[in-house]
Ligand binder design. Structure first.
Ligand SMILES: [Fe+2]
Length: 263
């Protein structure tokens, strides 16, 4: 039996662009449980504009959802977290005592990436996060044009102890060929610590379980365990992330990937 842990999902009802109702949240959790997921870190968006910014009660909402999960006989554990858009508003919120970190442990922050170019001051914001003893985890770099244009641009971040997370549905081609190709490349290079659902809606098939199954034979089982369980367990403990298997340092500039990416 699989024991997968999902560190990126929008399962708190009615707070962002994720599930709208409690029924939908429970349907999503049920479907993911059927694929072997045993725990989730709920990561509603935190953005320096609009209503999301006011979301200050993630922990209470997670408690409420956990009670509902138990009531209907589901088994999943749910932890609080957030998907934090990188602006200076992060530091104002942290200074005001907000917990923006995963599982509320103060050690890891899931940093949202835009689809296009990187936000202003991106590197200094990551640096400031690290100065506070928090490891940034870049969410779905394979969907960001800046990293799609040249996946090697991830290397300087990885070298600075910044981690990354790949979306399960990037592997199904849901976000296009480029995201699919780059996601696989990131995984084959052993650059990511996490494979997560980033699910916003209930689906018929378990997103994370299906993605993991599709990677059997592509990645070795030890790395698959890191991607879907061991790194997440470290986050929940507030611990250091596991060491990744030896990484291939960079994508060959003249290799097949760069030819594909130039098309
Ligand atoms: Fe997300």
């Amino acid at each position: 039996m699989e024991r997968l842990i999902d560190i990126h999902c929008h399962i708190i009802p009615g707070v962002d662009d994720g599930v709208a109702t409690l029924e939908e949240a429970l349907a999503l959790i049920k479907s993911e449980e059927e694929g072997g997921t045993v725990a989730f870190i709920a990561t509603p968006h935190f953005i320096d504009r609009g209503d999301y910014r006011r979301l200050s009660d993630v922990a209470e909402r997670v408690q409420d959802l956990s009670q509902e999960v138990a009531k209907v006989g589901l088994k999943s554990k749910i932890y609080p977290g957030g998907e934090i858009y990188p602006t200076m508003a992060i530091f104002e919120a942290l200074d005001a005592g907000r917990s923006l970190t995963l599982a509320g442990k103060g050690k890891h922050m899931l940093v949202d990436l835009p689809m296009g170019s990187l936000p202003n001051d991106f590197d200094s914001i990551l640096y400031e996060i690290q100065v506070r003893g928090i490891v940034p985890i870049l969410a779905h770099p394979e969907r960001c044009a800046y990293f799609q244009d040249d996946p090697n641009r991830l290397v300087p971040y990885l070298e600075r102890n910044i981690s990354c997370q790949v979306n399960a549905r990037s592997l199904s081609g849901r976000y296009g060929t480029r995201a699919n190709t780059v996601a696989l490349e990131i995984l084959k290079r052993h650059w990511a610590h996490f494979l997560s659902s980033d699910c916003h809606k209930a689906r018929r098939e378990p997103v994370l379980g299906v993605a993991k199954a599709s990677l059997k034979g592509v990645l070795d089982s030890e790395y698959l365990e890191i991607l879907t369980r061991a790194s997440a367990e470290a986050v929940i403990r507030g611990d250091v992330l596991p060491k990744l298997p030896k990484a291939v340092q960079s994508v060959q500039k003249q290799g097949w990937l760069s030819r594909v990416l130039r098309k």
